[in-house]
Design a protein around this ligand. Structure first.
Ligand code: SIN
Length: 541
């Protein structure tokens, strides 16, 4: 039996907590906000899996590899697509009620899928349905343990990860900031990061404000290898109103089309799949169209789908439109790209193991290699489910290092000397200014000049002292670390590939079709007990 600390309560964290409890481990689940707050909750389109008779694992693998623009790890993609159907069946067993009609489970089509294979629930409330079912499952396990006087699983909400504890190169726990404002250290045999992405890096994002990349930043500081951080996916269609709510790709899958501000379709001239071209292509085309029309959002015309379908299949988007005073059954709605999903993150092997013994990463915090340079729509929930399950299965043999992480493949040219993330400038970073900078310099379109200027600006900023920082200050400090890493990696990748597009290197370069790994120098992290933890209390794990 191991003491397992799970950080984060989206799909990856909840599956890891349930599986680890069932496997007899003692689990502590901590999450920064309420248990049910996570990025998973906002997922609309659904979860892709080759579950239908006209589909195949091979077809799903091929679509995923194609979308990934030459940067996927084929082994990770194979695991994802082969084990995906079983993990979707697990979700059904955990109580997720996927939408059905008289012929069985219904499915949608999304961009770059050669088949309809996207399961959804509550129309476009798939993430909400999954989160609700899994929270109930975890809570039920915790209540049952508590009722029997056991501590197989304990939940601490409103508890933030401050930093990982590293002892002689092994992660042995974490420092947490609790709702009482006190710091606590938790000792653990294994820490499973499931903290999600970092949409809050950008001025426009479909993510909730809690998506501040805390796990990637903490893993980086602790010396874990990270990879592919330059690849941030921009969803083509966020509703262009404050809060930029997502307008699912499934809407285009049902037949909605994109129009310029003067009412002309522009995608058919750009790609044979028009509105269902790969996500990066549609996002860039919309951004270019917006530039050509003076910055105004483009329009998504879903009026042809009819009010009944729009309201039953897309109740969440219908409500978002209504809240913004729009009726999408009778008029096209304004949409624009927004930061959506991070393909890069903490590098893991096929079992969720990071380069640091004792540390695992699952879901968006991880870079498994399954998404390459551009994730295929609705593969993210699937990846979290598949690799969270595998990480728990790997808990018992977690000490070994995967060959992926030997020194020869670690690219020390990308922030590898630590100077980018470890720089400390003179002025205190301001989150809104940082978000504007990242949006302008490291957004849908990038250039060497813009990135170089952004790197210099970022080097001038410093974060609040972590030892005494508030939750908000800790998050902003994490965003500063990650902003530096993304800008440095985007500068180093002198080509365009998938979601990473450089105006000064507009083509892909075959010799660069490989991931980039980096980590801080070992002298900075081999033994890392955060300064704050000496004054903290220990809580049981
Ligand atoms: C969407 O519904 O368009 C988002 C699905 C995804 O990001 O995979």
């Amino acid at each position: 039996m191991a003491r397992v600390l799970v950080v984060g309560s989206g799909l990856g964290g909840l599956i890891a907590a349930v599986r680890a409890t069932d496997a007899g481990h003692r689990v502590t689940l901590v999450t920064k906000a309420a248990l049910s707050d996570s990025n998973t909750r906002y997922a609309q389109g659904g979860i892709a899996a080759a579950l239908f008779p006209d589909d195949s694992t091979d077809a799903h693998i091929l679509d995923t590899l194609r979308a990934g623009a030459g940067l996927c790890d084929p082994a990770a993609v194979t695991v994802l697509c082969e084990e995906g159907p079983a993990r979707v069946r697990d979700l059904i067993r955990f109580g997720v009620d996927f939408d059905r009609d008289e012929s069985g489970i219904t499915r949608g089509l999304e961009a770059a899928h050669s088949r309809s294979r996207v399961l959804h629930a509550g129309g476009d409330a798939t993430g909400f349905a999954i989160e609700t079912a899994l929270v109930a499952t975890v809570q039920e396990r915790a209540d049952r343990a508590h009722a029997h006087g056991g501590d197989q699983i304990t939940i601490h909400d409103h508890t933030m990860l401050v930093d990982l504890v590293v002892d002689d190169g092994r992660v042995t726990g974490a420092t947490l900031l609790g709702p009482d404002g006190a710091r606590h250290t938790v000792a653990a045999d294994a820490v499973i990061l499931a903290t999600g992405g970092a949409g809050a890096l950008y001025k426009h994002t479909t993510n909730p404000a809690i998506a501040t990349g805390d796990g990637v930043a903490a893993a980086w500081r602790a010396g874990a290898t990270i990879a592919d951080v330059e690849f941030y996916q921009f969803h083509p269609t966020a509703l262009a109103v404050p809060g930029t709510p997502l307008v699912s790709e499934a809407v285009r899958g049902e037949g909605a089309v994109l129009l310029s501000s003067t009412g002309e379709r522009f995608m058919p001239a750009i790609h044979p799949d028009a509105e269902l071209a790969p996500r990066d292509i549609v996002a860039r085309s919309i951004a270019a169209q917006m530039k050509a029309q003076g910055g105004a959002p483009v329009l998504l015309d879903a009026t042809g789908l009819g009010r009944e379908l729009l309201e039953s299949r897309f109740p969440t988007i219908t409500a978002a439109c209504r809240a913004a005073g729009l009726d999408w059954a009778i008029e096209p709605i304004p949409v624009a790209p927004a930061a959506h999903y991070w393909m890069g993150g903490v590098a893991t092997d096929g079992w969720g193991r990071t380069s640091l013994p004792g540390l695992f990463a699952v879901g968006e915090v991880a870079r498994t290699g399954a998404h390459g340079a551009n994730r295929l729509a609705s593969n993210s929930l699937l990846e979290a489910a598949v690799f969270a399950d595998r990480a728990v299965r790997a808990l018992d043999h977690s000490t070994g290092r995967h060959p992926l992480f030997n020194a020869d493949t670690t690219d020390s040219t990308v922030a590898g000397d630590g100077t980018h993330s470890d720089a400390a400038g003179d002025s205190l970073v301001d989150r809104a200014t940082l978000q504007n900078l990242l949006w302008e310099a490291a957004g849908v379109h990038r250039s060497g000049t813009g990135l170089t200027a952004a790197a210099a600006t970022l080097a001038d900023w410093q974060a609040a002292d972590r030892a005494n920082a508030t939750v908000n200050e800790l998050e902003t400090g994490n965003l500063l670390d990650l902003g530096r890493l993304i800008v440095a990696a985007a500068l180093a990748r002198e080509e365009s590939r998938g979601a990473h597009h450089r105006a000064d290197f507009p083509g892909s370069r075959p010799e660069l079709a490989r991931p980039r790994f980096s980590r801080r120098p070992e002298s900075l992290w081999r033994t890392l007990v955060p300064a704050s933890s000496s004054a903290s209390e220990a809580i049981a794990c």
